[in-house]
Design a protein. Structure first.
Length: 403
């Protein structure tokens, strides 16, 4: 338990952290990687360069500091981060290393303002926060489908659209696949020729659980800011059937609640459809009477992945409705419901909007912001809204978050 004085110091430094938070975490990463270059094998370099990871860590530290006397209120947030840590292989022995460098960074950025009393208070508080993470992660490691990164054979590689390709993955050891919940992801650790470090990325499982293989569906991230996506481009261009990929066990707190009978609304933009297809297929096979509305936005028919698979599932059921929205349909595109973008007025027309429905969505950040705002404006309660970020989690209600 922390002393009352420590709690007071921590709480009074939250506004200081809010001003300097990202400067502190940027400095922290600089020092961390200088002293522990081996950690570059688990951190995502693109997120670092774009500042997204810095922002995520800073936000987590503010949240923890503001709630230091009632950490139980941030447990749901900790769980999401802990799943990510578990899937990356973050271990208890990493925590003191991070703590030590975080304190050095605070000292460095705040200078004389960081008195011994403040630094000692933060050292104590960090220990308490780290113990919460370590405790939750320990249970996650115990319950994980397997330990570490396991070799999987690419048994099929299927082009699903002009930008998205699926990989079917079977464990090399032929031992049964671990169960997963529809919406969860796996981490893949890639050793790319010519690269000094390994690169780990998350991919949502895009098929229903209970198959003989896992399926991931990957968008080729090429050309943005003249820098190609490291892992997705390698997967598209180099990885072929018969190759081995190393996966950690399924993880993540974004998954379909299959104990619920409520109408379920699945909304996706672009490659954000992968967890939604897993959820759709699960409902279709396990809860065939449950009402589903599946909404997907794509640029046009060419970039629309898994179209026939979704259509066939919907055709076979009286309880599944699909809506496809194309930003710029091609002349040959047929069967889309709406041209342009999803907006609040249209959602109001097509959605059940009963408070006994559950809403799940995933897509690019600006897309998710629009959906989130629209659902809240249409009086959907927050507990019925669930979403996934294909990058470090952030706050959708903030005006500007890094894409
Ligand atoms: C929970 C979760 C589930 C996910 N599920 C899926 C999924 O099902 N399918 C899927 O395709 N993806 C998914 N992702 C995203 C995936 O993990 C990767 O982030 C994605 O494939 C891009 O990785 P990359 O290595 O190809 O690109 P990176 O090399 O990581 O680059 C990412 C982006 O940053 C840009 N970039 C890189 N370096 C720089 C730089 N120096 N300056 C400026 N910009 C730069 C690149 O152009 C690219 O647009 C998921 C992510 C998460 C967190
Ligand atoms: C109490 C201490 C810690 C806090 C508050 C914290 C917080 C976070 C947050 C908020 C994220 C983003 C989660 C997301 O993707 O949505 C994250 C990711 C991550 N964390 Fe931690 N973390 C802590 C300790 C550690 C430790 C000890 C390590 C290991 C060295 C670590 C390694 C990572 C890595 C590798 C990622 C993913 C980075 C990326 O893909 O961009 N973290 N952490």
């Amino acid at each position: 338990m922390l002393q009352q004085r420590t709690i007071e110091i921590i709480k009074s430094t939250v506004p200081v952290l809010q001003v300097h938070g990202e400067a502190i975490t940027s400095r922290f990463y600089e020092m961390l990687f200088q002293k522990h270059p081996e950690l570059l094998n688990i951190f995502n370099h693109a997120n670092q360069k774009k500042g997204r990871q810095q922002a995520a860590l800073a936000n987590a530290v503010y949240a923890a500091a503001a709630n230091i006397d009632k950490l139980e209120t941030i447990i749901p947030v900790v769980k999401g981060i802990a799943y990510k840590h578990r899937s990356l292989g973050v271990k208890p022995e990493h925590y003191p290393v991070v703590g030590e460098n975080l304190l050095l960074a605070i000292k460095d950025v705040l200078g004389d303002a960081a008195t011994d009393e403040i630094i000692n208070a933060w050292a104590e508080a960090y220990g308490v926060i780290a113990d919460v993470f370590i405790g939750i992660e320990r249970k996650m490691y115990e319950n994980a489908g397997w330990e570490g990164f396991r070799p999987f054979v690419v048994t099929r590689k299927i082009e699903e659209s002009s930008v998205i390709t699926s990989f079917y993955l079977e464990p090399e050891d032929k031992i049964a696949l671990a169960k997963f919940k529809p919406g969860q992801y796996v981490s893949i650790k890639m050793d790319i020729p010519g690269q000094v470090n390994t690169h780990i990325r998350q991919y949502s499982l895009s098929d229903a659980p209970g198959q003989s293989s896992y399926r991931i569906s990957v968008k080729k991230e090429s050309g943005t800011d003249a820098v190609d996506g490291m892992v997705s481009v390698y997967l598209h261009e180099r990885v072929k059937e018969g190759d081995i990929l190393h996966l950690s066990a399924p993880a993540g707190d974004f998954y379909l609640n299959t104990d619920s009978e409520k109408h379920v609304v699945l909304i996706s933009g672009g490659v954000g459809l992968t967890p939604m297809v897993s959820m759709l297929k699960t409902v279709a096979s396990e809860q065939p009477e449950r009402e589903v509305t599946f909404v997907h936005a794509a640029i046009n028919g060419q970039s629309h992945a898994l179209k026939d698979e979704v259509r066939d599932i919907a055709k076979a059921s009286d309880h599944i409705t699909t809506h496809f929205v194309y930003e710029s349909p091609l002349d040959e595109d047929l069967g889309y419901t709406k041209r342009g973008y999803i907006d609040q007025a249209w959602l109001k027309e097509i959605l059940p909007l009963k408070d006994d429905a559950e809403y799940y969505f995933c897509g690019p950040i600006p897309f998710m912001q629009v959906i989130n705002r629209a659902l809240l404006a249409l009086n959907v309660s927050k507990e019925n809204i669930h979403f996934e970020f294909f990058g470090p989690a952030s706050d959708l209600e903030k005006e500007s978050i890094k894409a």
